[in-house]
Write a protein that binds this ligand. Structure first.
Ligand code: FAD
Length: 192
């Protein structure tokens, strides 16, 4: 990067996490922010594109994941309000198999809505899905689809609206700590 402009926060990568970080830094922390994206926002080689991602609160045994997922719910609402269109679509989520006891423990600990479904319950809501014999499933009614492409567009728009300077086609190739004792660092070798 050769603009020579100084910013408080430099975000590397314009996927959904980078754009959210840049937006949050600009809005919540009131920092001046620039973001570097080596290709183009929305390019197909990143992880954040496509029409659907799952959002389900108990998906992994790690309990801190559930707590962070609950906290993120408010952020998703704020993002939808700012964008003016839904980014999530509640569908419910069904899971079964290994690790279900850990998920159940997390759901109970955080008092989250869920049901234990046997095959007849599954048949009513998900015809064609067969559980292994003797296995029950966990249904989380607030499981949702994230409209990934739309969310990426929303966050890119919100970041731009908050004066985040988005530089596409610029790759960060190295970073090093600031050598003169202060906070911060230097970004090396930006290329276009
Ligand atoms: C097929 C698939 C299914 C998934 N399903 C789910 C799901 O159901 N639920 C869920 O929660 N998560 C899911 N995930 C994970 C989720 O999509 C990712 O965690 C999320 O999109 C990551 O966002 P990100 O911004 O960190 O990364 P990315 O979207 O990959 O963005 C990183 C960006 O950084 C840019 N970049 C990289 N290096 C540099 C550099 N040196 N300089 C400048 N720019 C750079 C890249 O070009 C890229 O645009 C899935 C992922 C995949 C691939």
């Amino acid at each position: 990067m050769s603009s020579g402009r100084s910013v408080d926060v430099l975000v590397v990568g314009g996927g959904i996490l980078g754009l959210c970080t840049a937006w949050a830094a600009a809005v919540t922390a009131r920092r001046s922010v620039a973001l570097l994206e080596r290709v183009k926002i929305g390019h197909a080689m990143g992880s954040s594109t496509g029409d659907a991602r799952m959002r389900v609160l108990a998906a992994y045994p790690d309990d801190s994941y559930v707590a962070r997922g609950i906290a993120a719910g408010e952020d998703w609402l704020r993002a939808e309000q700012a964008y003016g269109r839904p980014l999530l679509q509640t569908t419910g989520c069904l899971s079964w198999g290994d690790g279900q006891q850990d998920l159940l423990t997390g759901l109970l600990r955080h008092d989250l809505p869920h049901d234990i479904w046997a095959q007849p319950d599954v048949d009513r809501a998900y015809p064609g899905v067969s559980l292994p014999p003797g296995i029950a499933a966990i249904h989380q009614p607030d499981g949702a689809i994230i409209h990934a492409d739309r969310a990426l567009t929303a966050f890119a728009g919100q970041a731009s609206n908050r004066d985040v300077a988005i530089h596409e086609g610029v790759a960060a190739t190295a970073m090093r700590p600031w050598l003169r004792g202060g906070r911060g660092g230097q970004l090396l070798g930006g290329s276009r």
